[in-house]
Design a protein around this ligand. Structure first.
Ligand SMILES: [Zn+2]
Length: 148
């Protein structure tokens, strides 16, 4: 479950995991009030070269994972899967990434995709990364996530 919070993205970038996230008051699912920290997931946003650590909490009662996300920002700036897919296509067929999006970010997508193919489709997967991307989408996985 994603919880949108008002935070200063620049501060998160500056402080990384040291950024003081405000702990949600209760679990959105069962109203349990004692939430546990549950690590971070790295997310990439357009306009920023580096990844952003987003804090997660876990409800000890119903096991719901709450991921905190900067309000309104994600929708607007997070690359859509179509963009990510063209980046992967470019890398595979032209051996270079798309212009206009940082190299580091696109390289992150590509390596995350390869890792997820091994994780979900096994290292016996022989149909290549493009087919792997489609297969992960079909399985309702995010092909370029780093949070497995
Ligand atoms: Zn709960």
């Amino acid at each position: 479950m994603i919880l949108k919070v008002e935070v200063d993205i620049k501060q998160i970038l500056k402080l990384g995991k040291k950024f003081k996230w405000q702990k949600p008051e209760k679990c959105n699912h069962c109203n349990e009030t004692k939430l546990w920290g549950h690590g971070f997931v790295i997310s990439f946003f357009d306009g920023f070269e580096q990844g952003l650590y987003l804090k997660r909490y876990r409800c000890p009662y119903c096991h719901m994972v709450l991921k905190l996300k900067p309000i309104g920002y994600f929708k607007k700036f997070q690359a859509d899967s179509r963009t990510i897919f063209s980046s992967i296509l470019n890398r595979v067929y032209k051996d270079r990434y798309l212009p206009g999006i940082s190299w580091g970010r696109q390289h992150f997508w590509f390596t995350a995709l390869k890792r997820n193919i091994i994780a979900y489709l096994s290292n016996a997967w022989e149909k290549g990364v493009i087919a792997g991307f489609r297969e992960l989408i079909r399985m309702n996985k995010i092909p370029v996530t780093s949070s497995i």
